[in-house]
Design a protein around this ligand. Structure first.
Ligand SMILES: NC(=O)c1ccc[n+]([C@@H]2O[C@H](COP(=O)([O-])OP(=O)(O)OC[C@H]3O[C@@H](n4cnc5c(N)ncnc54)[C@H](O)[C@@H]3O)[C@@H](O)[C@H]2O)c1
Length: 339
């Protein structure tokens, strides 16, 4: 992993006859110009609704048109949607071309670009088709964040808070300070700390068979909320991944309180930090019946049970707790009570 735009530009210069940049409309307008290059690009629509096999087919057709081969570098320049989908498309093309990630959102820098999980949504189910495959290189360039819209910054802070909640109370406290007070002043150090937490966990369990599942805190409920919202809303009206995960983290913190002995004080603490998000999307908090179709098909399930990662305390989590529908229902009621 390399830090800084300078390194990315050098990489592109070294591969200018052998590199294709994958962008969406926003990153083409905001980030591609910072590369100072004319290497060819492939433009895909932005947003979670386009994280699908149709977009992959489009990417594959363009790669053929551009005579890409397995040595060609597919440089994915975008947020988590583009990095997940581009890495998947590149991994499948000719059984695996060289994929390079240049994440441009905070969420993609600290989470989506780390750990080699890539893929697309399928039949409305999140990340249902995909592979584990590490990119050949990843460039973290905070310079891209200058144009990131404010709600997207918040989405990134949410995953950073999650890293603290599951693995480091001090990281949680630091991110919380930025989240609550000074949201524009994110420092590269804080981003690097979050990356280090995720990297450490992934190194212990690349294939997601054990400890890596702790990174799913908030995601069992969060993915169901996100998928349900995408089903009933236009793309730009749907809840974002980050906000959905924040809501999921409140529900799963409540369930933690009921199952693991996670303290009421710490539940209140997390709820206070995230409650601003709850107020703004209160009307969109679904009923448990709307979530069940997604929860039953969640990838993390085993033996027909719904599995969650739960907190024991802030900074410590455990994976694979079986959770009942009724507990989720009560968690959603708790979420609604925070309004
Ligand atoms: N693979 C993993 O381990 C993993 C982990 C967490 C999340 N994810 C995935 O990440 C996705 C969410 O990623 P996201 O929050 O980055 O959303 P996103 O990729 O949709 O990006 C958010 C928006 O910001 C725009 N954008 C990105 N960078 C920009 C910049 N620098 N300037 C201006 N606009 C910019 C994008 O075009 C998009 O419109 C979800 O699909 C989620 O499933 C994957």
């Amino acid at each position: 992993m390399k830090n800084g735009l300078k390194h990315l530009k050098k990489f592109i210069n070294n591969h200018e006859h052998n590199c294709i940049v994958l962008v969406d409309k926003h990153t083409y307008a905001s980030c591609y110009p910072l590369l100072d290059t004319n290497v060819p690009h492939i433009l895909v629509p932005y947003g979670e609704n386009y994280k699908n096999l149709n977009s992959c087919e489009y990417i594959w057709k363009k790669l053929v048109e551009l005579n890409a081969n397995r040595d060609t570098k597919l440089l994915c320049l975008g947020g988590g949607v583009l990095c997940d989908m581009g890495a998947f498309a590149g991994t499948c093309y000719q059984r695996g071309m060289s994929v390079v990630l240049a994440p441009t959102s905070i969420l993609a820098m600290v989470d989506a670009s780390i750990g080699g999980k890539n893929g697309v949504d399928f039949l409305g189910l999140k990340n249902y088709i995909g592979t584990f495959n590490k990119p050949s290189q990843t460039f973290i360039c905070p310079e891209f964040l200058n144009t990131l819209p404010y709600p997207e910054m918040v989405n990134g802070f949410i995953e950073m808070l999650k890293h603290g909640l599951i693995a480091s109370k001090s990281h949680y406290d630091h991110v919380k300070l930025f989240f609550l007070k000074d949201r524009h002043a994110i420092t590269p150090n804080l981003i690097n700390d979050s990356i280090a937490i995720k990297t450490r966990i992934v190194e212990d369990d690349f294939l997601d068979l054990g400890v890596r599942r702790r990174l799913n805190f908030g995601h069992t409920i969060g993915h169901a909320i996100e998928a349900n919202s995408l089903r009933i809303n236009e793309e730009n009206e749907a809840l974002s991944h980050g906000v959905s995960v924040a809501l999921g983290m409140v529900v799963e913190s409540y369930i933690s309180h009921k199952i693991t002995g996670f303290s009421l004080d710490q539940l209140n603490e997390i709820s206070t930090v995230l409650s601003g998000l709850v107020k703004s999307v209160y009307e969109e908090i679904p009923e448990v019946s709307e979530l069940m179709p997604y929860l039953r098909r969640d990838k993390k399930n085993s033996n027909n049970t719904i599995n969650c990662t739960l907190l024991k305390e802030i900074g410590e989590a455990n994976h694979d707790y079986e959770v009942e529908e009724d507990q989720i229902k009560k968690g959603l009621a708790y979420l609604k009570s925070l309004k």
